[in-house]
Design a protein around this ligand. Structure first.
Ligand code: ATP
Ligand SMILES: O=P(O)(O)O[C@@H]1O[C@H]([C@H](O)CO)[C@@H](O)[C@H](O)[C@@H]1O
Length: 165
């Protein structure tokens, strides 16, 4: 197993593994289905807010409940976590099966919670929780107009055109 996979943390070890990370710790979460430039830029910016970055990845069942599409996620949790763990910006990857990453945030108690600029920090449970204990909640502006959904639409358009010709 490549050494970067050591960054994948079983949920029951989260508290202990976070305690061993350099502070301040930043936590973020998401699906990260087909990794793209928007994701990696955002993760590098999140890491730069502190000294360590923990990424909580939605389990496959929790992605299904988000309603992104019947075929989502395209990449399984294990694959998505391995790709995230291979990134230099990422120190720890943990799965979560709840509808939000609130419990992860409460267990990890990071100094900083970060999320893409498509979210209002004061309106999401993770942001509210961090602000309530005196931490920081940071929305990172989108720098690149990319998304897994847009990439998939391109592939589908190409496949449909190829089938017609
Ligand atoms: N282009 C982008 N620039 C900056 N941050 C992004 C970008 N796309 C996604 N993010 C952030 O990355 C995290 C994971 O995003 P997500 O997996 O929803 O990406 P996505 O590609 O937009 O997915 P989908 O199209 O499936 O909704 C979220 O915090 C989101 O705000
Ligand atoms: O990748 P996404 O769709 O941006 O990730 C979601 O973020 C939600 C957000 O943290 C508001 O609570 C979260 O609830 C959801 O489970 C996904 O992680």
């Amino acid at each position: 197993m490549p050494s970067f996979e050591d960054k994948i943390c079983p949920r029951d070890q989260l508290r202990a593994r976070v305690a061993a990370l350099p502070k301040p710790v930043v936590v973020t979460n998401g699906v990260f289905d087909i990794l793209h430039r928007g994701h990696v830029t955002y993760l590098a910016q999140a890491r730069a807010l502190g000294a360590s970055l923990v990424v909580a990845a939605n389990t496959d069942a929790s992605v299904k409940r988000l309603g992104k599409g019947d075929d989502r996620p395209l990449n399984t949790l294990d694959d998505r976590m391995a790709v995230l763990a291979a990134l230099e910006a990422v120190d720890l990857v943990v799965p979560f099966d709840e509808d939000t990453a609130l419990e992860v945030v409460l267990e990890a108690r990071p100094e900083i919670y970060a999320k893409g600029g498509d979210y209002d920090m004061a309106a999401i449970p993770e942001g509210q929780a961090v602000l309530a204990y005196g931490g920081k909640a940071v929305a990172i502006d989108f720098e690149h107009d990319r998304s897994t959904t847009k990439l998939l639409a391109k592939v589908r358009e190409f496949t449909a055109r190829s089938a017609e010709s």
